[in-house]
Design a protein around this ligand. Sequence first.
Ligand code: DOR
Length: 424
Amino acid sequence: MSEFVIRGGRVLDETGERFADVAVRDGEIVAVGPDLSGGRVLDASGCVVAPGLVDLHTHLREPGKEEAETVESGSRAAALGGYTAVLAMPNTTPAIDCASVVRDVQQLARAALCQVEVSGAITVGRAGERLAPYAEMAELGVRIFTDDGAGVQDTRLMRRALEYASGLGVTLAQHCEDSALSEGTCMHEGEWSSRLGLPGQPAEAEELMVMRDIALVRMTGARMHFLHLSTAGSVAMVAAAKASGLPVTCEAAPHHFTLTDACCAGYDARFKVHPPLRTDVDVAAVRAGLADGSIDAIATDHAPHPAYEKERPFDEAPPGMLGLEYALALAITELGIDLARVLALLSWQPARIAGIADAHGGPLVAGRPANLMVFDPEATWTIDASGGASRSSNVPYAGREVRGRVRHTIHAGEPVVLNGEAQR
Ligand code: DOR
């Protein structure tokens, strides 16, 4: 295990900020204070030293689609983006819907550059017909279950899923999409879908399921997390549900606070995503929800796809875009909120939702596990089209100037990114 001091930075965590060095030994923070020494020095001058980021929504594509991403390549992208933990989505092939597949991914996760938590499917094969065996997956540490990529359409089954989950103390996370309204569509339904002649899905395809699931949470008392909210109506409904005391949380993705349906004008499938890019009004509502606390977390929905698939016609290409290496900079550049709030949305709040706050997102104090990141909030850079460490390159932000760059990432006491370079 290594020993080092992160020197000359501004420590920022949930308890506030102060100029301090951070000493790390054997995987733990051993001291936080002025003029520390011990082991090698990691330069943090001009930088913020913070708890590592936590992504609630990462597609790592293993097993089954290793040409697009692997646990290893995705975790390298995560580390470069400042993440020390990600939640792997279960829409793999086969789906992560039973103990044996959970074990396989956990095995792969041992070599990852960040902690990889595994989520399980709500239904067998994500087919929406039979409940998956949550108990055997929960025994292996799975805390979040989702059929992400599809919403659970059958209301009675969703009620049973919530009752089953609440008995086990695990959380269900819904991809809100009513397939009766979204079937056969490829973008948001509105002015741009009409102009482009592309079949659109209305905001209501998302909002009807948000509305239904809030009703089911009220009925069952079970916890629920709403994935990648994209419409003004969804944000308002979840905010009202929270205000009425229901145990709900929600997230928004970087593309839903930076891009609109107008981006689809060139029929470039890098801008195709589910839920789809929406209108200016929706983007403004997502930004406001992130600023006022209605939305709990920024989650990337990092969704790698090979170039030959993304080069297909817009209506045939798969939905999704990369996010892990850009989320922090996009939040700093675009949201106009202070850094403490940005970090709340990217680190300590998602750590709590994922159930890993014992090791991630917590305050920087002696005795805590050293899962940390160091970033320069003023460094500007231009996002390129390469896709970075990902095996895929479906980047919708290529050419965009952003501010905020990760310098070092420390996972379990080991520097996995130093001066912006992955160490393995
Ligand atoms: O755009 C998306 N892509 N949305 C999802 O919900 C799934 C994801 C994927 O797996 O590619």
